[in-house]
Design a protein around this ligand. Structure first.
Ligand SMILES: [Fe+2]
Length: 258
């Protein structure tokens, strides 16, 4: 499922890529759902299209409620119980005649004492790769270990210590200038998932390949751990949770907060 060494890599580097038990049939069905849910490449002058907490396609709900993600999140977060937090589907189409480049930001910031607590007071994010992701095909770029450099800095600021973490995008330019490692790409095979924290400096990149790249994002927190969301996202999540609770299989509905 996930080894101690892989959990250590998640903790230190901020990301680790592991195999999942999903079948090619499940991935193909998910891929078709992406195409139904998201605008095609010609429909919008945007190469990266996504939607968050809006979909109930059975193929995608089967992935969200797959016990694998709950069990790995328990191990990674060192929690007896975990709860679903958010989900998104993202397709990045090839961008013709555009040089490779990438964004750099964090979505959330923690203190070291949050990251190293039991259970960890943080979000565990899965990027499930529906297609192979290569260095050319819009890999997620990230700076390994940068979440811990930021967390160490925050740990020493009394006004921040003990305050609940909240989701808020901050660009690299607005982050403290620390000795960050150089950015590297996440490459993976279809059906693998990268388990990561969006508290590390990371960002989407341009697809300079000829095939779209599809990723399903699923996030979990330890039960009873509060992570703040911007108001619009919090409202969307509450409505989605209510609906999801009704639509998941009865024996799996416990992953959704009450
Ligand atoms: Fe992000």
């Amino acid at each position: 499922m996930i080894t101690e060494q892989e959990i250590q890599q998640f903790s230190e580097m901020g990301a680790v890529t592991i195999d999942t038990p999903l079948t090619q049939q499940q991935l193909t069905a998910a891929s078709d759902a992406f195409d139904r849910l998201l605008p095609g490449p010609g429909e919008k002058p945007r190469y990266r299209v996504s939607t968050t907490c809006t979909f109930y396609d059975p193929e995608l709900l089967d992935i969200i409620q797959h016990p694998f993600f709950e069990e790995v999140a328990k191990r990674v977060l060192r929690a007896d119980e975990v709860r679903f937090f958010q989900t998104a589907v993202v397709t990045t189409y090839p961008a013709p005649n555009t040089p490779f480049s990438f964004d750099q930001h964090v979505d959330v910031q923690y203190c070291l004492s949050d990251l190293d607590a039991t259970p960890r007071r943080m979000v565990c994010s899965y990027f499930l790769w529906i297609d192979d992701v290569t260095a050319q095909r819009a890999p997620l770029m990230y700076r390994p270990g940068s979440h811990r450099l930021i967390a160490r800095e925050r740990e020493n600021r009394p006004e921040l210590k003990g305050s609940a973490a909240h989701v808020e995008g901050v660009s690299l330019a607005r982050l403290p200038q620390l000795d960050y490692a150089d950015p590297i790409p996440v490459v993976a095979r279809a059906g693998q998932t990268t388990v990561l924290t969006t508290a590390m400096v990371h960002g989407a990149s341009i697809n300079v390949d000829s095939t779209p790249r599809k990723a399903m994002v699923i996030t979990f927190t330890a039960a009873d751990i509060e992570i703040g969301l911007p108001q619009n996202q919090a409202e969307t999540k509450r409505a989605y949770d209510r609906e999801l609770k009704k639509r998941l299989r009865p024996e799996r509905a416990h992953i959704v907060p009450a």
